[in-house]
Design a protein around this ligand. Sequence first.
Ligand code: CP
Length: 305
Amino acid sequence: MDLKGCSIVSIRDFPKEDIQAVVDKALEVKSGKWAGALDGKVLATLFFEPSTRTRLSFEGAMVSMGGRVIGFADPNISSAKKGESLADTIRTVTGYCDVIVMRHNIEGAARLASQVATVPVINAGDGSNQHPTQTFLDLATIQEEFGRLEGLKVGMLGDLKYGRTVHSLSLALALFGTKFSFIAPPSLRMPEYTLEQLKGADTSFIEIGDINELNDSLDVLYVTRIQKERFADFQEYERVAGAYRIGRDSLKLLGEEVRIMHPLPRVDEIVEDLDKTPNAIYFRQAHNGIPTRQALLGLVTGTIQ
Ligand code: CP
């Protein structure tokens, strides 16, 4: 795997062996190897949508390895507010930094940016489409827990229509023979185009509306927030809001060994009584954002091999 100079736009661009190699590299970085590898590098973070984890862990990753950060967390203080096109913003910022991390509300924005920039662009989420670096940290967390990615039983629960994290993660896990259970209300099912891709892979899936319909225990339940901000019709949101609550009492149905993951932020879909159980790994998952993003920044800038 040689990612030097490469943009990270979609998990679809990565073959299985490269996904595994990035995950292995993230855990290698976590073990302490590569300290200071980003010395002198400059990261530009361009966030056109809100973020806590993705932006701060990218910035923390860069700074803690010796690099520096420029950018904005609010597009209203950038010249986008004056009507500057995304392409012109990227054409400008590409001359100020070694790597760009961008979150945007429009699907395909990261691809466009990668075609205009002369430095690598890392997609930190584009609309409901993709969130590939979240997938890498999710996979690193799963590998830490199980020692492997192959052959796991994974449930995905909640907003599977608008949730970009589950789109990226399901496509990646499909390469590792995952047995999926997709649990969502009919209006928030996994998109047909994603299901079509899964049908072509060495995997299987069922679609159900409730965890009570599960006919097997799970290794992982990946819970997602209902993405209120992406609904065109607020009444449609109100019909599904609060549809799921996972708490300690859910473990009986899911299996006592199940790991509960969530990309966060949560709203009300995971009850706090779960947090102190050994099953809840969502904050450890969030903390894996640092080594995973250190690895990605190093790989695309060529300072980590
Ligand atoms: N998981 C995730 O993308 O979180 P933020 O929206 O806080 O970046």
